[in-house]
Design a protein around this ligand. Structure first.
Ligand code: FE2
Ligand code: FE2
Length: 218
C-alpha cells in the first residue's frame, strides 16, 4: 500500500530531540555534584529512570506499530528496515545497563557508582544517536508514503498512554524544552483540548518547578 501524498511525520524528529539531549544532560548533572544529598540522589535517579523509560516506550511503540507495517508493505526495502529495527536491540542493552547503574547509584551513591552511571548514560547516547539519524533519514521518509496518518498517530498515542498521569507535566516539559516556537505550537496542538486550555497550570508551572530542581538542586 502506498499513500498518494506523504503523511505528516514531523513529530518523530521532534520527539528524538528530547532523547538526543536527555542522557548526556543527566550524566552531566550526576557528575556535577559528587556529594549529593539523599533527596538529590532520589530526584535524579527518578529522573534518570523516567528518561530511560520514555525511550523504552518509544521503541516499543515503533516495534509494535511501525516496523511490522513497513516490513509487510515494502518488501523490497526489507533489508534496510530490518537493519535499522535491529539497532533497537543494541539500544535496549544500553538502556538496561544504564538502568542497572542507576539502581546501584540510588542504593549506594558514591563517586564510583556516580561515575559508572554517567559512563553508562554516555554509552547509551553513543549507540542511540546513529539509530536516530538512520531512522530520521531512511525510515521516516519511507513511513510517510507507506502508513496512514491514523496508523502513524497510533504510535504517539501508545507512547502517551504509557506515561503515568503524575509524570505528564515532566514528559511534556522535556519534550517541549528543546523546541523552537513553531514546533512547540505544533506539539501543543496534539494535546487534548482541556489540557491545552489549562496548559500554564497543568504543564508549564509544574515543569518550571521540576526544571529548577533538576538543574539547580543539590
Ligand atoms: Fe524513533
Ligand atoms: Fe527507533
Amino acid at each position: 500500500m502506498s499513500a498518494a501524498t506523504p503523511i505528516d511525520v514531523r513529530d518523530m524528529k521532534i520527539v528524538h530531540e528530547t532523547f538526543r539531549r536527555a542522557y548526556d544532560q543527566t550524566a552531566g548533572l550526576v557528575r556535577a555534584n559528587p556529594t549529593p544529598s539523599a533527596q538529590r540522589v532520589t530526584f535524579l535517579a527518578d529522573h534518570c529512570d523516567f528518561a530511560l523509560g520514555m525511550l523504552h516506550t518509544h521503541h516499543e511503540s515503533e516495534d509494535e506499530l511501525l516496523y511490522p507495517l513497513l516490513a509487510e508493505r515494502v518488501p523490497d526495502q526489507l533489508a534496510m528496515v530490518e537493519r535499522i529495527e535491529a539497532q533497537h536491540q543494541e539500544v535496549t542493552g544500553a538502556i538496561d545497563a544504564a538502568a542497572a547503574a542507576c539502581r546501584e547509584w540510588r542504593t549506594t551513591p558514591s563517586h564510583e557508582t556516580g561515575e559508572a552511571l554517567a559512563a553508562a548514560l554516555e554509552e547509551l547516547n553513543r549507540v542511540l544517536q546513529p539509530h536516530l539519524d538512520d531512522e530520521e533519514g531512511q525510515i521516516v521518509p519511507l513511513a510517510a508514503v507507506t502508513v496512514t496518518q491514523e496508523e502513524w498517530r497510533s504510535m504517539g498515542e501508545h507512547s502517551r498512554s504509557m506515561i503515568p498521569k503524575d509524570r505528564m507535566a515532566v514528559a511534556f516539559g522535556m519534550l517541549l524544552e528543546p523546541l523552537d516556537d513553531d514546533d512547540r505550537r505544533y506539539m501543543k496542538a496534539e494535546l487534548p483540548r482541556p489540557v491545552r486550555l489549562l496548559f500554564p497550570i497543568l504543564i508549564q508551572r509544574p515543569w518550571n518547578g521540576y526544571k529548577e530542581q533538576l538543574l539547580h538542586g543539590t
